[in-house]
Design a protein. Structure first.
Length: 561
């Protein structure tokens, strides 16, 4: 069994104690329990106004009437709820008083005849350290509010979705910067009908779902994805989760919608295992510009006719499947999708994993040489399922077997965001998250539509890097990006009245570097604009089908997918 390669604390005695604790948890309770010891620390002690409650009536009263920024500490016990909890004000914190989620149980009476669970109508609300069970609709429902934090929860046996994020009703962009972490969401056997999800989230921005267990998220005969982000959601991060015996796994977008249903986002370092009958494990549906990388997926009982476990579907769907480890095919171009494939393994055997993958333990055996040291470095996947740093030559899948030598320190990359203006017929690129957010919040999609993360580059100058210079033309209303110093100097000296030099937009390797892909440059002479893409499928489509509009100019530079 592997040990962590990074130091948690300066004190070596504490290191030994913590490492031993992780190993004990891994042996006794499984992979997520061990991960929680390192990645899911207890919440800090509350500050400001703190109210302690120990009755069901007082809990409901304080949830709906406490002043903003109040912490409501719930004493240990089982609370037979007589109505749903309605959190109204901003900054409310609902916490179990002991920090142990099994000590405080909110029982809503039954998933077929009880009450609704917790309804959140305020921003910056935290719900933590407790159990929510037997609600008849949703365990927790976020009403389009921003920055909710759901942490160290046990949510089980809910009538429909265990966590629901609804679209906003006030015309805002959607629920921003939410977190579901370090929690266990499950059914004892299954939902009472097939309309269920672990989390179903509409119109969200930058939500993170990490370090959770999803167990038996399924109905009597089928069921929805355990993790579903759709209805125009963007930049979702799903990482280091265990999905065990769920009917379907992780989905960006849904087949019931049309158009672009999800933009951007990353699915990385997840363990997905099913021995009960199942559908697909990872689905990118009407979804664009995503990365699905370093996931381990073992599926043993597929529904009739299913030969693949991971898919991209419909013509709007484009992204990259990289270094996933699975025992079923990856359907990268279903119904017109154009996903790229890089270094995936689709014929994994259960004996590659500890204890033959029993219980979803998809840590690699040291003998799994087909997967070990077979990947190249992805800047967007620097750790593994256990939060351990990946090596110089990473392993395929979610688990990284420990190396004797740590990888060299490298400068950190940042995402390069891509926008498209249907009005101007132009693309725009930026690494500035403030600039990105300003455009998203202040311009409608027909003016500037956010298309997600194009690729990754460096924000600052380092040895071996070159700048990507950025110019802007007021007359043409477009930007130009170039690494060519001669082109840059010519524009500065001879065309300053047309092209205003702004600054280096970002930095890229000076030529090919391991783990990079070429960024291709096209020129549209009618509109007098340039297009840059790292997507090989997009490049080939433009060359083969739109050469009268876009002239291929070759490789502009190299960046990280």
């Amino acid at each position: 069994m592997k040990k962590s390669k990074s130091a948690f604390f300066v004190n070596p005695i504490v290191n030994v104690i913590l490492i031993n604790l992780i190993l004990i948890l891994l042996v006794c309770y499984g992979p997520v329990a061990a991960l929680a010891a390192a990645s899911c620390p207890p919440l800090a002690a509350p500050t400001g106004t703190v109210i302690t409650v120990n009755t069901e009536a007082e809990l409901r009263l304080q949830a709906s009437s406490a002043a903003p920024d109040t912490t409501i500490m719930i004493q240990a016990g089982t609370y037979s709820m007589q109505e749903y909890l309605h959190v109204v004000n901003d900054g409310i914190v609902l916490r179990g008083s002991t920090g142990n989620r099994g000590d405080v149980i909110l029982d809503f009476g039954g998933m077929d005849g009880g009450y609704f669970g917790i309804l959140v109508d305020g921003d910056d609300v935290t719900i933590a350290d407790l159990t929510i069970r037997n609600a008849n609709d949703h365990g927790v429902s976020i009403q389009g509010r921003d920055r909710p934090k759901l942490y160290n929860l046990h949510i089980l046996d809910i009538g429909d979705q265990l966590v629901k994020v609804n679209p906003p009703t006030d015309g805002s962009n959607g629920s921003e910067d939410g977190l579901l972490a370090c929690s266990r969401l499950e059914y004892t056997t299954s939902a009472s009908d097939n309309y269920t999800n672990g989390i179903s989230a509409h119109q969200t921005l930058r939500w993170v779902v990490r370090d959770n267990e999803f167990r038996r998220i399924r109905g009597p005969s089928d069921g929805g994805p355990a993790i579903l982000f759709w209805s125009g959601s963007l930049d979702t991060l799903v990482e280091r989760n265990l999905l065990l015996d769920c009917y379907r796994g992780i989905s960006f977008g849904d087949a019931s919608h049309s158009g672009i249903d999800h933009t951007g986002g990353i699915v990385r370092n997840n363990f997905i295992y099913a021995s009960l009958f199942h559908d697909t494990a990872i689905e990118m549906v009407h979804a664009q510009n995503w990365l699905v990388a370093h996931n381990s997926v073992i599926l043993l009982n597929p529904v009739s006719g299913l030969t693949w476990g991971i898919e991209a579907r419909y013509s709007e769907s484009n992204g990259t499947f990289a270094y996933n480890l699975t025992n079923m095919d990856i359907f990268h171009d279903r119904d017109g999708a154009t996903a790229s494939m890089n270094g995936n393994i689709t014929d994994a055997e259960t004996d590659w994993f500890v204890n033959n993958a029993a219980g979803g333990n998809l840590h690699l055996q040291s003998t799994a040489t087909e997967a070990i040291d077979q990947a190249t470095h992805l800047p967007s996947v620097t750790d593994d399922f256990d939060g351990e740093q990946r090596g110089v030559t990473p392993d395929i899948g979610a688990d990284e077997v420990a190396e004797t030598e740590p990888p060299p320190t490298e400068p950190s990359t940042v995402p390069v965001y891509r926008f498209y203006s249907g009005l101007l017929k132009k693309h725009f690129f930026t690494i500035d998250s403030n600039e990105k957010n300003f455009i998203i919040e202040n311009f409608p999609d027909e003016v500037w539509r956010y298309e997600g993360i194009a690729y990754y580059a460096y924000p600052n100058s380092e040895n071996g890097l070159i700048p990507v210079h950025r110019f802007y033309s007021e007359g043409l209303q477009t930007h130009l990006f170039t690494t060519d110093e001669n082109e840059k100097e010519y524009l500065v000296e001879n065309a300053a009245d047309v092209w205003r030099y702004e600054n280096p937009a970002f930095y890229v390797p000076n030529g090919y570097q391991q783990g990079t892909l070429p960024v291709y440059r096209f020129y549209g002479p009618v509109l007098m604009v340039h297009l840059f893409t790292i997507d090989e499928n997009e490049k080939n489509h433009l060359i083969n089908n739109a050469s009268d509009v876009w002239q291929y100019e070759g490789i502009a530079y190299y960046a990280f997918p």
